[in-house]
Design a protein around this ligand. Sequence first.
Ligand code: ADP
Ligand code: MG
Length: 672
Amino acid sequence: MVNAVHDSTPSSEPAAPLISLRGICKHYGGAATGQPEVTILRGIDLDIYAGEFVAVVGSSGSGKSTLMNILGCLDRPSSGTYYFQGQDVAGLDADALAWLRREAFGFVFQGYHLIASETAQENVEMPAVYAGLSKEERAQRATSLLARLGLQERLNNRPHQLSGGQQQRVSIARALMNGGSIILADEPTGALDSHSGAEVMALLGELADAGHTILLITHDREVAAQARRVIEVRDGSVVSDSQAAHAPQALPAPEGAPIPALPHFPAATDSSSASWWADLMEAARSAWRGMHTNRARTSLTLLGIVIGVASVIVMLAIGEGARRQVMERMGTMGTAILYMGSKPPATGGPAGNLTEEDLEAVRELPDIRRVLPVIGDPITVRYGSADKQIYAFAASEEMPAVHHWPVALGRFYTDAEDQDLAPLVVLGHKARLHFFPDEPHPLGRQLIIGNSAFEVIGVMSERGADSGAQDYDDMVFIPYRSGRARVYQSQTQPDYVVIEAMSSEQVHAAENAMRQLLLARHGGREDFGIGNAAARIQAEAATRKSMTMMLGLIAAVSLVVGGIGVMNVMLMTVKERTREIGIRMAVGARQRDILRQFLTEASLLTLVGGAVGLLVGLAVGVVLIVAGVPVVFSVRAMVGAFACAVITGLIFGYMPAKTAARLDPVRALAGE
Ligand code: ADP
Ligand code: MG
């Protein structure tokens, strides 16, 4: 069997120390903090060689743990130099220190420091996660380590389901996960009964025999006596060393499982990541566990995001529905329609008379496409024995074009027929059902309108209830001139005139041109009125659009509020899990691993919230549709709301995650 640790040191003799401390001091407080300065370590000089089993003994408060934290690169000395394999550790950045902790050290603490929400196996695997080992390799190594320590039955137990001795064995397995060339054990038996303590000490002895370098810290001289070298610390100084400053004698060939070689230091590149995908999956898994553990709080936070996303979706859908409704109405009315009629001028006097010549002149205006004079009154219409008071609409042949209203059956009358005063009639959908309920082809039948007979030549398509006061389907249409000649003989001018501008942009120009023209023709008297329906509808559409935007804005604000909820919960999570973060750092997590973990948690939170919000929004929309509210879902709004939720999570999760990543490992481990 090869002693791997010794392989890693150059074979030149005498062997160089693995760890070398020179004048290490540690103070707390001082002028910068406003606290009185306390000196904990006072110039420690120490050489530790590969393969040694060293106990550091001293009374409580003598600075042992402080020393161990410095040795394990969890803390930096205030002054003095720490050489690891001959290299000054002070020059290393946080990532390189994390690398050292991960690859070189294995920590065993008095309080075990296992992560409570993870199983024994997951706790043991953790250092390998940060080392980038694949899932299978990790599981295999963790189970074999746990089996070696007699815990094969306890793989899926959480720490609270294990005895103190078992927990300490789990933490030893964790220390060995990445090799554990150097085991740093701080009072490993301190919390254990004497039997379990003896077991742990036996285990450390075996590991020392197998070639691991062991640094045991204890206040108990009996425990310390089991090590091969004992260093006594008092009041921050080394007061005795059983074997000071010389290389140990050649070690016996180690028994038991081989330990991996201590990686050469410093690492050329820190490539300890299996793949970003594996990392992400691992972070998502632990994030999911965190969310699951705090179900009540998680669901309350989610509620904020759910409400935010759902309201964005629903409000935009309602707004869009309302806008579409207006647009639809514009479609049936035409987007470029003006109305004109005679009326008494505001200055007093009789109403004007819109003559045929007036209409001809208007028709000639460049901005105007069509002019449709209309006379419509309820008239008694008869077919056989059936009669009915019904609107008989006398309008020119342009009526279907102006109203975008096609004929369903037969045809509409022509201008020529109008000029000839032909007695023709086209039926509205309901009027046809009224007079010809059983006749599929009423064409050619004669209707008596007023006192004249009109031949049915067509039926209009069904229009449905329109925005206007009258129901257009319940009417009959006759040519304008024959209507005036045969039905409305006493009428000297149209009831009103529908005017279609060339385009919706030209409506205003058309209106002005008409007004000027008619003023001139009527001797300057404004004895007519022009109504701009298109402008009204357009204004309404614009109002609805701004209403939609406002609703969307309100919804977006609720999303931001949801995001703040996420930030709040993440900050609380970081606070609650300070110790966990410390443990992760001790086993070698880099700052960016911690950052990624908490960012993943925040994103997962909002991802789930976004998905639920999407479903809730859709459900509310469906309920509204069933209730008859016009709702139009927009995929863009849904994708947008979802994306906003996730981005919110990232933005509001970043600050807490950064806070977590910046924690000082020693303070985090202490749970501060
Ligand atoms: P030991 O492990 O030997 O019991 P420690 O190294 O934990 O001792 O602590 C040594 C001394 O340092 C103690 O008196 C303790 O109060 C003090 N100490 C430890 N950490 C801090 C700190 N962050 N700020 C101030 N004093 C500290
Ligand atoms: Mg201590």
